[in-house]
Design a protein around this ligand. Structure first.
Ligand SMILES: [Zn+2]
Ligand SMILES: [Zn+2]
Length: 195
């Protein structure tokens, strides 16, 4: 099964695509977890930085929808075939395409030290408190871009609808940690806000 974008078939560039993984060796660029053999994956075609031609960066479909929404939307727009969870992917990609800062969300973790400063308010992030990881997309790679206090997320991301992305890109958290993360996130929502 292979879905490609018909519009870009006409251009020189090879099309981004959805396909079933033909091995279990590819790793998702979005969350760094392996993509299982037979699992649907999204391939973004990018110029090869280290040589001729192009290369394909693989993602879990939802990871791509959050972090690389434009190529995902391009394929969906050019695909008439059925794509599993097409609506969910479209919703995630449209959200991230409309608000570019959402594409930077790379999960959350408890700060292992008090050394990093928040990208939003520039104050230190206390050791042990939750922080959101930020990455920047440059030339087909995601470069570490620092952290944002949980309390600063609304100001920085301009929305509070980011829990799904945070969980999607925090695959290494244990079940208990995920629960604590959700509690911390929701406690922040109920807390005082200056708008
Ligand atoms: Zn992934
Ligand atoms: Zn802050």
């Amino acid at each position: 099964m292979r879905f490609t974008c018909e519009a870009s078939l006409a251009s020189k560039r090879m099309a981004h695509l959805f396909e079933r993984a033909t091995s279990g060796r590819s790793k998702c660029r979005g969350c760094a977890r392996p993509i299982q053999n037979g699992e649907l994956r999204f391939g973004e075609r990018v110029p090869n930085l280290f040589g001729e031609g192009e290369t394909t960066l693989w993602f879990h479909p939802l990871c791509a929808a959050y972090k690389r929404p434009e190529p995902v939307l391009e394929v969906l727009a050019g695909t008439t075939g059925s794509v599993p969870d097409r609506e969910g992917l479209e919703r995630a990609a449209l959200g991230s395409a409309a608000n570019k800062r959402l594409q930077r969300i790379d999960g959350a973790e408890r700060s292992p030290s008090g050394k990093a400063n928040c990208r939003s308010c520039h104050l230190p992030i206390p050791r042990g408190s939750w922080r959101i990881r930020v990455v920047f997309h440059e030339e087909g790679r995601f470069a570490p871009g620092g952290y944002v206090h949980f309390a600063c997320r609304k100001v920085y991301f301009e929305t509070d609808e980011i829990l799904n992305q945070i969980l999607q890109f925090s695959p290494d958290l244990s079940g208990a940690d995920r629960e604590e993360l959700i509690n911390a996130f929701e406690a922040g929502q109920a807390g005082p806000s200056n708008g």
